[in-house]
Ligand binder design. Structure first.
Ligand code: HEM
Length: 189
């Protein structure tokens, strides 16, 4: 459970970093750049599955379906770690650090939600992998490299190139989040 909690805090830091980066990161990382309303998402889905050959270039950043996937993944991971923080474990000393602030029954309820939410996460991971396979084989678009190194190769007029932010901004945001999480999960205060 000690390793489980440490890994969970790592996930929590990563999720909080991505949320913050959605507001202060580079152009394609910002939520305002890729989160679209239902109408635009539906238009995109129709085009994706439509018979007509789509000659328009793929978006530089996340497409509207990718945006939905990101929001779902961040939401489920945020819920998973929050439920874990309050979860009471009955065998041994493995409860989440915030379980001391809730009753035993409530802590067990959080443990139950923690287990149930994990099934949703597995489902979402399955959908995500299926979508990557669909883009790879049906649309001949490999989404994975850009997920790893953050770059896509496109020829664009220079005025359309997305802007980046300095790397040290990421270091400051990550350090701030790490310090906050370390402080909040250390309940000796
Ligand atoms: C994304 C991160 C996490 C994942 C995927 C995850 C996943 C899981 C899973 C699959 C279980 C077993 C559930 C069951 O079938 O009973 C579990 C149990 C547990 N987790 Fe996590 N966990 C995460 C983060 C955390 C965090 C951050 C904490 C607390 C600091 C935590 C605390 C617990 C506790 C206390 C249990 C035992 C609950 C019980 O006894 O029923 N988890 N977790």
């Amino acid at each position: 459970m000690q390793w489980h909690r440490l890994a969970g805090y790592g996930v929590l830091c990563a999720v909080l970093f991505r949320l913050a980066w959605g507001f202060c990161g580079g152009q394609t990382a910002r939520f305002s750049n890729f989160v679209r309303g239902p109408a635009a998402t539906l238009r995109y889905v129709r085009k994706l599955f439509g018979r007509a050959v789509d000659e328009s270039p793929a978006p530089i950043g996340h497409n509207p379906l990718g945006a939905l996937s990101i929001i779902a993944m961040l939401g489920l991971l945020m819920a998973q770690t929050t439920f874990g923080l309050f979860a009471v474990n009955v065998d041994g000393d493995g409860s989440g650090p915030w379980s001391r602030w809730v009753s035993f029954e409530t802590g067990r309820r959080f443990a139950h939600w923690h287990a149930a939410n994990f099934q949703l996460l597995l489902l979402l991971i399955g959908v995500h992998l299926t979508a990557i396979g669909f883009y790879r084989f049906a649309r001949k678009e490999n989404l994975v490299p850009a997920m790893i190194h953050g770059f896509k190769s496109r020829s664009l007029p220079s005025q359309e190139a997305p802007y980046f932010v300095p790397w040290w901004r990421a270091v400051i945001v990550a350090a701030g989040i790490f310090i906050c999480v370390a402080f909040l999960v250390n309940t000796h205060w």
